[in-house]
Design a protein around this ligand. Structure first.
Ligand SMILES: O=P(O)(O)OC[C@H]1O[C@H](O)[C@H](O)[C@@H](O)[C@@H]1O
Length: 375
């Protein structure tokens, strides 16, 4: 931090540590190039300093030139596995484990957790972590010869330092991490297709959580797969929850051998075990938590189907990694590709996007634009 680019700014490290209280640093007065220098300096590993820089930068300039990769930090989870912590300048946070590339925590600016993770979750391969957002690939559910939900959630992923570019909007103003999974020899034995799976997880200034999956066929022949972001939302009480956006859709009921039914015209509520895949859904879904007075808004692209799951009491009791009563605090609502698997020819790439936001419940469906297109 004491290198030339820092000295150029004519501020000392202590002044930066004093952050916005320092009279000699007026972030609004710093030139753009000076901030860019700061960000370069942020390439250092000193996390405490990074956060001050980010705060300064945020106050001084909108996200326009902020290289938000500086807002990421690599730590170990309690099991010793690397995890990436993403922060935004307002204090929101997301944690992503290299085990499964699974988002294990998403907190708003008040430090409130928004995703469910079971107190009995096992953070150890080969078991998938019960909670957060497991990535189900190349198979969602039991439709195929692979283990339930495929192998991606049970693999160690890598940080991808040089991913193929995404549109500028996916980087500017977001702290993010890019992860990569490639087919291993072991995977090829049960799923003989070469692929590259790139996942970007990002956190916006508003605290939204974005996931972008890109699957590329690097095989000599086509392959197909199903997929889901198996999203465990943390809710106050499942009996108080309503989902809007799935009314009148057809769904496959996993509790009745995938028989096809048509949903009624009302929002979906819960009073027993539910395990369904709603087909060809709109791209915006709202999950209303009346008691906590908040609504999760899920926007998606490339993910036509939506799986809804709550194990209820009996199934919860039979699961080793789930507390008996914990089903009351969770609801899985998954953006998915299920009915019509993705088919990729050699060299082709598929993209599936999910954006999760939380708004106060006073927002009504019309304001959320549930009838509109999503992302
Ligand atoms: O226990 P897991 O392998 O994580 O699966 C948990 C659940 O995921 C999905 O929602 C399936 O539709 C359910 O049938 C399954 O029980």
């Amino acid at each position: 931090l004491r290198d030339q680019s820092f000295l150029d700014l004519k501020v000392t490290i202590d002044e930066v540590r004093c952050g916005l209280n320092s009279p000699s640093i007026n972030p609004f007065a710093l030139r753009r190039t000076e901030f860019e220098n700061l960000i370069r300096v942020c390439g250092s590993r000193d996390v405490k300093d990074l956060h001050y820089f980010q705060q300064l930068f945020w106050m001084g300039h909108s996200a326009a030139v902020w290289d938000c990769r500086a807002a990421t930090e690599i730590t170990k989870d309690w099991n010793g596995i690397d995890q990436i912590v993403l922060r935004n300048p307002r204090g929101a946070l997301a944690r992503v484990s290299l085990h499964g590339a699974q988002v294990t925590s998403w907190r708003n600016e008040h430090g409130e957790e928004l995703l469910f993770t079971s107190s009995k979750a096992i953070f150890k391969a080969p078991k998938a972590i019960r909670g957060g957002i497991p990535i189900c690939f190349p198979q969602f559910g039991t439709c195929g010869s692979l283990e339930l939900h495929g192998f991606a959630r049970n693999r160690m992923w890598f940080i991808d330092d040089n991913p193929p570019p995404l549109p500028a909007n996916d980087s500017i103003g977001k702290s993010f991490v890019d992860l990569l999974l490639k087919s291993s020899e072991e995977d090829m034995k049960c799923w003989p297709h070469s692929f590259e799976f790139r996942l970007r997880v990002s956190l916006t200034t508003d605290g939204d959580l974005n996931l972008i999956s890109r699957v590329r066929n690097i095989n000599g022949k086509p392959f197909s797969f199903s997929f889901a972001y198996h999203t465990y939302l943390l809710v106050s009480d499942i009996s108080e929850i309503r989902i809007e956006g799935l009314e009148t859709l057809d769904y496959l009921d996993n509790l009745l051998q995938k028989e096809r039914f048509t949903e009624q015209g009302d929002a979906i509520t819960f009073e027993s075990e539910v395990d369904r895949v709603y087909l060809s859904s709109p791209n915006i879904i709202a999950v209303l938590d009346h008691e906590r007075k908040r609504t999760f808004v899920m926007r998606k692209e490339g993910l036509p189907d939506v799986a809804v799951w709550n194990p209820w009491d009996k199934k919860a009791k039979s699961m080793v990694d789930m507390g008996d009563e914990e089903y009351k605090q969770m609801l899985c609502v998954d953006g998915a590709v299920f009915e019509k698997p993705v088919i990729l020819k050699p060299g082709e790439e598929w993209t599936g996007r999910l954006q999760l936001s939380v708004v106060a419940s006073s927002f009504c469906s019309e304001r959320l634009g549930l009838d509109r297109d999503g992302l």
